[in-house]
Ligand binder design. Structure first.
Ligand code: PBG
Ligand code: ZN
Length: 322
């Protein structure tokens, strides 16, 4: 008997065969593009640690959305940089808040693009925390009311989906109940369910101007070494009415993505965060790695681990290569 009989290399011998037996495929349908909306007109302000990503005024945001939709990307997620901040983050739920303005303009000009909004207070509070503060601590239950107000205000402005990222306990139930009471039963919630207290958010905090002015987010975001706790968070969010759950960050948490997907078998998103983007961009610019290939390999890895949707600053670049 000739040896070896089994030769896995047979199916790797040319691109056509490789295409035929490929197990995971990245599609533009999987991508969600995060955007930062700032005050002013004609503003395209580059973000230092995120090459290719800009803070955009509403008019420029609309232009960017046209491009995103033209590439076939189904959805954007909006973050706001308000004119001014205060202790209660009132800019988050103001009728004419920066995100509310952007939602109206985008839905008017690019109606088929799905507009998701990040629901949190940290971009709008002067202390930079994701909730209201008392005695140097983020108050859970009083924050829920503000998250509800923010969600309703986004949906009233035309948002198609809300994505609470604050990690307060009970927020999904509070938001679902409030939406339903206003007959907004058709609006899905994408919950940042397993969101870790990660150093990979560094560039984002520069982009959104949301660095905490004291302390850190470890009393509400998850401790990186924990896995079982992520499953519990996801379970509770599903019970409270989450339609899509999220794991964040993505690349350093592929095991969590895999475990959430195999345990719950529900629509799962993963957030390929700012620091993950920055590292690949920086090494690419140094000529140390092939940026496009590392990008595609990373995104397909997130998908292979079990994510159905990927929030990524690479969305436009990836869409062009798919
Ligand atoms: C707001 C929020 C953050 C991110 C998404 N929503 C920052 C944070 O929690 O500090 C991070 C996104 C990224 O790093 O790309 N709570
Ligand atoms: Zn926040």
């Amino acid at each position: 008997m000739p040896f070896p009989i089994h030769r896995p290399r047979r199916l790797r011998s040319n691109d056509t065969l490789r295409r035929m037996v490929r197990e995971t495929r990245l599609s533009v349908d999987d991508l969600i593009y995060p955007m930062f909306i700032c005050p002013g007109e004609g503003v395209r302000e580059p973000i230092g640690a995120m090459p290719g990503v800009n803070q955009l005024s509403v008019d420029q945001g609309v232009e960017e959305c046209r491009e995103v939709a033209g590439l076939g990307i189904p959805a954007v997620i909006l973050f706001g940089i308000p004119e001014s901040k205060d202790a209660a983050g009132t800019g988050a739920y103001a009728d004419d808040g920066i995100v509310q303005q952007a939602i109206r303009a985008i839905k008017q000009n690019v109606p088929d693009l799905m507009v998701i909004t990040d629901v949190c207070l940290c971009e709008y509070t002067d202390h930079g925390h994701c909730g209201v503060i008392k005695d140097d601590d983020v108050q859970n239950d009083p924050t829920l009311q503000l998250l509800v107000k923010t969600s309703l205000s986004h949906v009233h402005a035309g948002a198609d989906m809300v994505a609470p990222s604050d990690m307060m306990d009970g927020r999904i139930g509070a938001i679902r109940t409030a939406l339903d009471e206003e007959n907004l039963t058709h609006i899905p919630i994408m919950a940042y369910s397993a969101k870790y207290a990660s150093a990979y958010y560094g560039p984002f905090r520069e982009a959104a101007g949301s660095t905490p002015q004291f302390g850190d987010r470890r009393s509400y975001q998850m401790d990186p070494p924990n896995t079982n706790e992520a499953l519990r968070e996801v379970e509770m969010d599903l019970e409270e009415g989450a339609d899509i759950v999220m794991v964040k960050p993505a690349l350093a948490y592929l095991d969590i993505i895999q475990r959430v997907k195999s345990t719950f078998e529900v629509p799962l998103a993963a957030y390929n965060v700012s620091g993950e983007y920055a590292m690949i961009k920086a090494a690419g610019q140094m000529g140390w790695i092939d940026e496009d290939r590392v990008m595609m390999e990373s995104l397909v890895a997130i998908k292979r681990a079990g994510a159905d949707l990927i929030l990524t600053y690479f969305a436009k670049d990836a869409a062009k290569l798919i």
